[in-house]
Ligand binder design. Structure first.
Ligand SMILES: Cc1cc2nc3c(=O)[nH]c(=O)nc-3n(C[C@H](O)[C@H](O)[C@H](O)COP(=O)(O)OP(=O)(O)OC[C@H]3O[C@@H](n4cnc5c(N)ncnc54)[C@H](O)[C@@H]3O)c2cc1C
Length: 448
């Protein structure tokens, strides 16, 4: 009998899905979710030595699931439509990712590793693909090397076929025959005990509504931490947008770097506790709500973060140790549809609010200093490319400049030398016979 975790992710007979609209997610979370599904499927007898396993999608989740199953004696086939596993991360050498980064304000967020050794976790937890923090492209190389294990077949350049899978075998222990198709239009089919779809969350919206010019995608290499990006517009206020705001404003690779550069000691234990409980309450409200209350949930959480930031600066901390945080970064303007930020990871929200306040205080203390950071409630409609301002382009002036057009008043004016648009995700297309996966995970998960 499948357990609740597995049932919760099943979208069709012998078929579970951990992509699509499922939220919240991080790479670490996806790997743990995959591991939990495999563990429950094994214990329920859905996969085993005589019941092979098909995993669709060779990203963090699919590779972790396939490796975990094969290591436990389940003959496993992992199919990936691209030519290589982990292409998302492999193509990006400027993004720093960390398996514990989203655990702040819990005590182990600064380990840069998972599993953590903390009194909250038994030391024996194993994870499907152990890793420590690093740049995405380097991690993809490491992960690729650790995925192949005995019992696991990997077929890149293959995806689901167009025809619907069919149940075969005895009614008491049915199997699923699944048609497959290669990118070179070859056909095949496999008969398996269970299928796990890990096809990701879809394609990112990186352009405003009117206009074909797009900003850099989250998993592309960018110039945000270099002097080339000296005036940056960030449209959107979710996690990707806030992460980029922090990178451009400080030129530091991660939120943890900023936290450790003098912010951490200013936050008292009581304030951390307040933030922890606000985050926990908000996460629970989010998974159990149907979407109608989201705005209020995020607005309430935002207020707690803002109150903590305000109370830190009300103590008038010395500004000179904090000033270097903004000394060499870009001028960054954030355009958000609401005054509060939507769902995002706690440390990103906290640090953006912290830096905005720091910027305000530095400018108040030194009236000739221009404010470098801003948040505007507006809706970006279009990006316009200026072209070069000098001919021939000089090394000192970036070759391209951009302007922003808004569909409402209140947006900051260009030119900008980098614009990123983080307008969410469009879900992946599904075969007509695959119902959409669950949108929110209402059950806790952890490896068994
Ligand atoms: C804007 C943004 C910012 C993010 N920031 C972070 C961050 O800072 N840190 C972090 O940990 N996480 C972050 N995430 C989340 C992270 O990207 C995802 O959790 C993670 O990549 C999901 O892994 P996955 O394996 O489920 O999906 P993916 O990595 O998307 O992998 C899915 C794979 O399935 C393949 N596929 C799709 N359809 C088929 C098919 N029909 N047949 C075969 N193969 C198929 C795709 O080619 C792909 O390789 C972010 C996500 C976004 C969008």
């Amino acid at each position: 009998m499948p357990g609740p975790f597995l049932i919760h992710h099943m979208v069709a007979p012998l078929w579970a899905d951990i992509g699509g609209p499922l939220a919240p997610v991080s790479i670490r979370d996806q790997m743990l979710r995959a591991q939990s599904i495999v563990s429950e499927a094994r214990h329920a007898g859905a996969i085993g030595a005589q019941r092979p396993f098909l995993v669709i999608g060779g990203g963090a989740a699919g590779a972790a699931a396939a490796r975990e199953a094969a290591l436990n004696g389940v003959p496993t086939l992992l199919i990936e439509r691209n030519a290589h596993l982990f292409e998302r991360q492999a193509l990006c050498n400027t993004r720093w990712i960390d398996p514990a980064q989203y655990d702040w304000p819990h005590g182990w967020y600064d380990t840069g590793a998972y599993p953590v050794t903390s009194p909250a976790f038994p030391a024996a937890i194993s994870v499907p693909i152990p890793w420590t923090a690093g740049f995405a492209s380097n991690l993809a190389i490491q992960w690729r090397a650790s995925v192949p294990v005995p019992g696991l077949s990997i077929a890149c350049g293959w995806q689901l076929g167009a025809r619907q899978p069919s149940l075969v075998g005895p009614a008491s222990a049915p199997l699923l025959r699944v048609p497959l198709q290669s990118t070179t239009m070859k056909s095949a089919s496999v008969t398996v005990g269970f299928v796990l779809a890990c096809v990701g969350f879809g394609s990112e919206s990186t352009s405003p509504p009117s206009g074909s010019t797009r900003g850099t995608a989250f998993w592309e290499s960018d110039s945000l931490q270099t002097p080339t990006a000296s005036r940056v517009l960030v449209a959107g206020a979710g996690d990707g947008a806030l992460q980029d705001f922090l990178r451009a404003a400080t030129r530091r690779k991660s939120a943890l770097d900023i936290w450790q550069a003098g912010v951490g000691p200013l936050v008292s234990k009581e304030q951390l506790y307040l933030l922890t409980s606000a985050e926990e309450l908000s996460a629970r409200a989010y998974v159990w709500s149907d979407g109608r209350a989201d705005k209020q949930i995020h607005a309430d959480l935002h207020r707690v973060h803002q109150d903590v930031v305000d109370s830190i600066f009300a103590q008038a901390p010395p500004l000179s140790p904090l000033a270097p945080l903004l000394a060499s970064g870009a001028e960054v303007q954030l355009v958000s549809r609401e005054k509060h930020f939507p769902q995002c990871y706690a440390l990103n929200r906290f640090l953006v609010l912290f830096l905005l306040k720091l910027d305000e205080c530095l400018s108040r203390a030194e009236p000739t200093r221009r404010r470098r950071l801003g948040v505007h409630v507006a809706s970006l409609d279009k990006i316009v490319e200026y072209g070069t301002t000098t001919s021939p382009p000089s090394a000192a002036i970036p070759p391209k400049l951009w302007d922003a057009v808004y569909s409402s008043a209140g947006g900051p004016q260009g030119p900008f030398d980098a614009i990123v648009v983080r307008y969410g995700i469009t879900q992946p297309a599904r075969p007509w016979w695959v119902p959409s996966a669950i949108a929110r995970q209402a059950l806790p998960y952890r490896p068994h």
